[in-house]
Design a protein around this ligand. Structure first.
Ligand code: MSP
Length: 514
């Protein structure tokens, strides 16, 4: 196993509701990174799971007429099912109701108490159950219906007055600013970094970290009337997984995480509260937090009340798994908000996948099968045009690696697809069908150059579209052990027998209305 570790996490999902496209998106981004890093020789640990405590989940369970445990067992399973449906490759799925997580939260709590960062007081202020967030009055407003809501999220708030433990967040502002300054990559993209910097520069208030008015959560050690604030509990999952409090255990090598992937709505919890908790407990903060944007549906905010929630399972059933995976990461610059449009998905599916990539594979592999004896053709003398194409394909590994380290999925894909475009133009310019009559030796070389280019491109597309690329690599005769990036600089061996080619990216044809 490689000594270079890479630990990537999704947020753990609230189990108050079934998964939708937003959840699928965050996990997909992490899955692509995990797969890429594995192929690139890292010892990867990829974690996802469910956030099962708190008032929001307790209420949802009551509404469903189930006990919180029965309810969370049921909904958590739907997030696990999504993992299979979307072909994610997590190394573990954590649930905050697991005993090991209670132990970890309580150990962290005790560390914070011992460090003098927790004190008992009482909270009086506004709380949004939907956001599981405290708000000061100035962050809320009363609507025309007389209801008070959080201005930033639109969620209703309620007045809470109860005894509460506090975390001395106010004392951590300078150390947080120093952390951001010394680690310019700690928050991405830059727009979010600026948002957090100005929030922290504005001064921090102590944070209420326990509740007494409900019971679905982790009890505070020594004072079980209090249960821990669900965000303190939830964030701790990232170290529970690494074995906390046992920092000598086998999984502790993954801490600090290389990347916490989150949506833009939960950046404050990850970039302010979490590093403060960790530093207070004497633990290293994560190395990077990246916040992606939000999807709207055909121009509208996605919400249950509007009835326009996009179910990832329906998308996969209608358009195919790999097409959906490709579309979500190609269509919108990662980090920006994006609008989901069926027309755009179909355009990408037919344009980028069927016409560009699929057609390239199909043209090349069918000529090789028909005219080169179902074998990788011999490679003759290379021309300038051959080397130009091969060099561009060769250069892609470094480019894609750098883009993915910045979570620029769309740019990685754009650059891969430029080479696919070059390869299609090369086919047209070299016209191998005409060479068949005039110069079959040259024809073979042209086909070798193309097959080799497809091999390189396909190796890099693997993390995005694992199933389709596996089929293409099978058709190129690339053995399983030749698919990691330490084989990127090898070449297709002339003479290797190839199976019969089969189309991998069919065109999408709109089903006729019944
Ligand atoms: N339980 C917390 C996270 C705790 S992590 C220690 C939570 N859960 S969530 O289920 O509400 O949201 C999980 C993720 O889904 C967030 O990163 C959020 O940004 C993302 N999305 C929810 N709706 C979304 C869209 N419409 N578009 C894109 N992502 C969105 O927050």
């Amino acid at each position: 196993m490689s000594s270079r570790t890479y630990y990537v996490t999704t947020p753990i999902y609230y189990v108050n509701d079934v998964p939708h496209i937003g959840h699928a998106y965050t996990s997909l981004a992490c899955d692509v990174l995990a797969r890429f890093k594995r192929l690139d020789g890292y010892d990867v640990h990829f974690l996802t799971g469910t956030d099962e405590h708190g008032q929001k989940v307790e209420k949802a369970a009551a509404a469903a007429g189930l006990s919180p445990q029965q309810f969370t067992d049921k909904v958590s399973q739907s997030f696990r099912d999504l993992v299979g449906k979307m072909n994610y490759s997590p190394d573990n799925f954590i649930r905050t109701t697991e005993p090991r997580h209670y132990a970890s939260c309580q150990a962290l709590w005790e560390k914070l108490v011992a460090a003098g960062d927790i004190y008992l007081g009482s909270y009086a202020g506004w709380y949004s159950v939907r956001d599981e967030t405290y708000f000061v009055e100035g962050e809320t407003e009363v609507g025309s219906d007389g209801k008070r809501r959080a201005t930033s999220t639109g969620a209703e708030v309620e007045w809470v007055e109860e005894p509460s433990y506090f975390f001395k967040l106010s004392a951590w502002a300078d150390r947080l600013l120093e952390l951001y300054e010394k680690n310019p990559r700690f928050i991405g993209p830059d727009s979010r970094r600026n948002e957090i910097l100005s929030f922290v520069r504005g001064g921090l208030q102590d944070l209420s970290v326990s509740r007494t008015s409900f019971s679905w959560g982790v009890p505070v050690p020594g004072d079980p009337k209090h249960i821990m604030y669900v965000w303190l509990d939830a964030l701790t999952n990232y170290i529970t997984e690494c074995g906390y409090p046992d920092t000598d255990g086998p999984l502790w090598k993954y801490w600090p995480a290389d990347l916490h992937m989150v949506g833009k709505d939960i950046i404050r919890f990850h970039c302010v509260f979490w590093p403060a908790f960790l530093m207070a407990a004497g633990l290293a903060p994560p190395q990077r937090v990246f916040a992606h944007g939000w999807w709207t549906n055909e121009g509208q905010k996605i919400s249950k009340s509007l009835g326009n929630v996009i179910d990832p399972v329906d998308l996969v059933d209608a358009y195919g798994l790999d097409a959906v995976r490709y579309f979500l990461l190609r269509e919108v610059p990662f980090g920006n908000d994006g609008d989901f449009q069926k027309r755009a998905l179909i355009g990408r599916l037919n344009g980028d996948l069927a016409n560009a990539y699929g057609n390239l594979c199909q043209r090349v592999l069918s000529i090789v099968a028909k005219s080169c004896g179902e074998k990788v053709p011999p490679k003759g003398t290379l021309t300038e045009a051959d080397n130009a194409l091969l060099d561009r394909a060769k250069g892609l590994l470094a480019i894609v690696r750098a883009e993915l380290d910045e979570q620029s999925f769309h740019r990685a894909l754009t650059q891969i697809w430029e080479v696919i475009g070059d390869a299609n133009r090369y086919v047209d310019a070299q016209a191998p069908w005409a060479l068949a009559k005039t110069d079959p030796v040259r024809r073979d070389t042209v086909m070798w150059v193309l097959a080799e280019t497809i091999r390189r491109v396909t190796l890099l597309v693997q993390p995005f579209m694992p199933d389709s690329t596996a089929k293409i690599l099978d058709q190129l005769g690339v053995p399983a052990e030749g698919r990691a990036f330490n084989s990127f600089d090898t070449e297709l061996q002339p003479g290797t027998s190839l199976p019969k080619p089969q189309g991998v990216f069919p065109r999408y044809v709109e089903p006729k209305a019944a």
